[in-house]
Design a binder for this molecule. Structure first.
Ligand code: HEC
Length: 168
């Protein structure tokens, strides 16, 4: 899947159908500025903020690790899709995010999807590290380099079993 193309499609989509949003939330974080309200449209403060989208990506980054570690490749593959969805949403709502930075997360996501298909933890784990580096690269570029993502050492989601003993 080519993210640049999808992002361009999303941008075109956003131009016609995403409600005009709240004005810039922060002068310091360039990617945290939603598009300005267009003439004749009211602002819509109900749009997810970039921090909200990222918090979901963070949750999925954790689940992805434990899914793969537990050999639950169905959940791993699902979590990759969800992370991708979160990042698309970020690209759609925040037009200042450079396409290049979105692309650096795309390659490891694709590799992890393939690794999940092969149930290959070694390949998965190296792509996971690449993804984590890409998360942090974007944080540095977005003036939020103090948000440092790493491989999790514990899962806060004790209500979800990672090992899958079901047939599917
Ligand atoms: C395209 C750039 C970009 C990528 C890629 C990216 N981030 Fe972010 N992230 C940001 C920016 C910018 C912020 C600050 C948003 C704000 O405060 O409005 C942020 C904030 C965050 C936060 C703080 C949210 C909060 O409210 O506490 C977390 C956690 C986070 N990102 C996790 C991740 C993870 C995990 C990944 C990789 C899977 C990732 N990010 C990839 C740009 C990015």
């Amino acid at each position: 899947m080519n993210l640049a193309v999808i992002r361009a499609a999303f941008a075109a989509f956003a131009a016609v159908s995403v409600p005009a949003s709240v004005t810039a939330q922060s002068d310091d974080i360039p990617f945290a500025q939603q598009p300005l309200a267009r003439p004749g449209q009211s602002t819509d403060a109900s749009l997810l903020s970039l921090g909200d989208v990222m918090t979901l990506a963070q949750m999925r980054h954790i689940k992805l690790w434990y899914a793969a570690k537990s050999g639950n490749w169905g959940l791993a593959s699902y979590s990759v899709d969800k992370i991708r969805e979160s990042l698309f949403k970020a690209a759609m709502l925040y037009v200042n995010i450079p396409v290049e930075l979105i692309k650096t997360v795309d390659a490891p996501l694709t590799s992890m999807k393939e690794a999940a298909g092969r149930k290959d933890f070694k390949a998965f784990s190296s792509a996971y590290s690449e993804l984590t580096v890409a998360c942090n690269m974007c944080h540095v570029a977005g003036n939020v380099g103090f948000i440092r993502i790493q491989t999790p050492s514990a899962s806060p989601f004790s209500d979800q079993a990672y090992v899958n003993d079901q047939k599917k």
